[in-house]
Design a protein around this ligand. Structure first.
Ligand code: ATP
Ligand code: MG
Length: 333
């Protein structure tokens, strides 16, 4: 159905470090699936990244690398809109307006703010607090129907929905109220060193997460040292956070369900299981890594794609922003 209007999808990833296996299984893998059937807007969220202090040269490099990685995942820059957030000024503009439709109390309840302000106690800036409102702007600008996110972003998306609802009620229907979209498995990948915490690309312990560009050797080593338990029996259950996490990863990479995994490793030790998990991850990442290594040497092509992406994104974003400004009562000339 060529002419049928497709549902719109938006999702962002911060260029704070090389994305992790958590980012891949929780979010990026779905980006690829969704890019076939939806009108997709995918952004490298550099505005979000500076809520935590970044080294300028590193941020620039990481932004380009993240962009290349998105293309390497198989997102077609012609078919989808793949762009860098700061290239589209409407994000900041709408974010300011939405600030005035967000209650201090509701923003204060965001658990990521609490977590991150503990982690960065020396730099609890207003941007860190305001992060979810910028995220609402990202989503609402494109009138997104669905937002593929990992479970860690559920609360933020709920806030975006509340802001959209509120604005629509104060004025008249303006924004589509977005729905979350979670993948079937692997929605939340936990740290390999502390499986009660989510795997995060900005984690300072390199053993805690698998980077999407890690070599097979590194991947094998990190899984070998993953924290488990002393029971030495592979099954999904209470008090087995480490093994549960490895099962989630293995399941997401192989397509096997938990029962099949339990059967496969019946009578085998954690050593065998960890080696198999590592291998499944290496195999899943290999084609993406190969493509990335090829693309990263073609700067001109990447720049051309990023320009095309921001032009397409701006076109849609401007339409929404004008509508919002008119409703709020700004003099438009
Ligand atoms: P940072 O530590 O810089 O916040 P992050 O790993 O949390 O990095 P984000 O850029 O904040 O990554 O998020 C990108 C996407 O990855 C989001 O959709 C988020 O829900 C998803 N995601 C992040 N961490 C995980 C995880 N451990 N498991 C599943 N999905 C995740
Ligand atoms: Mg995050």
């Amino acid at each position: 159905m060529e002419n049928e209007k497709k549902s719109v999808v938006l999702s962002c990833i911060q260029p704070t470090a090389v994305p992790t296996l958590g980012n891949y299984l929780g979010a990026l893998k779905n980006w690829k699936y969704m890019s076939e059937d939806y009108e997709c807007y995918y952004a490298v969220a550099d505005l979000h990244a500076i809520t935590v202090r970044q080294e300028p040269a590193k941020l620039r490099k990481q932004t380009m690398e993240m962009y290349a990685l998105l293309i390497a995942l198989g997102l077609d820059p012609e078919k989808n809109v793949v762009f860098v957030q700061s290239h589209v000024p409407e994000h900041s503009q709408l974010s300011w307006i939405l600030n005035c439709y967000t209650q201090f109390g509701e923003a204060s309840r965001m658990t990521q703010f609490k977590d991150k302000s503990q982690k960065h106690a020396d730099n609890i800036n207003v941007g860190l607090f305001d992060y979810p409102v910028l995220m609402a702007a990202d989503i609402l600008l494109y009138q997104a129907d669905f937002v593929p996110i990992g479970a860690d972003q559920k609360q933020h998306l709920e806030l975006s929905r509340n802001i959209a609802d509120r604005f629509n009620q104060v004025y008249s229907p303006t924004f589509v109220v977005p729905e979350p979209f979670f993948g079937k498995v692997g929605a939340k990948v936990m740290s390999l060193q502390d499986p009660t915490k989510k795997m995060s690309k900005s984690d300072t312990n390199p053993k805690a997460s698998i980077g999407m560009l890690d070599t097979p050797d590194m991947i094998v080593k990190k899984f070998k040292s993953a924290v488990t338990d002393s029971e030495a029996k592979v099954y999904y259950g209470d008090g087995k956070d480490g093994i549960n996490n490895l099962m989630t990863i293995y399941s997401a990479c192989t397509g096997l369900d938990y029962a099949a995994i339990e059967k496969e490793f019946d009578g085998k030790g954690y050593g065998d299981f960890k080696a198999a998990v590592a291998e499944s991850v290496v195999d899943s990442l290999r084609p993406i890594q190969d493509e990335f290594n090829h693309l990263i040497n073609d700067k001109a092509y990447l720049e051309q794609c990023a320009k095309m992406g921001s032009e397409k994104a701006s076109y849609t974003a401007r339409k929404t922003l004008r509508k919002v400004m008119k409703k709020v009562g700004f003099w438009q000339v």
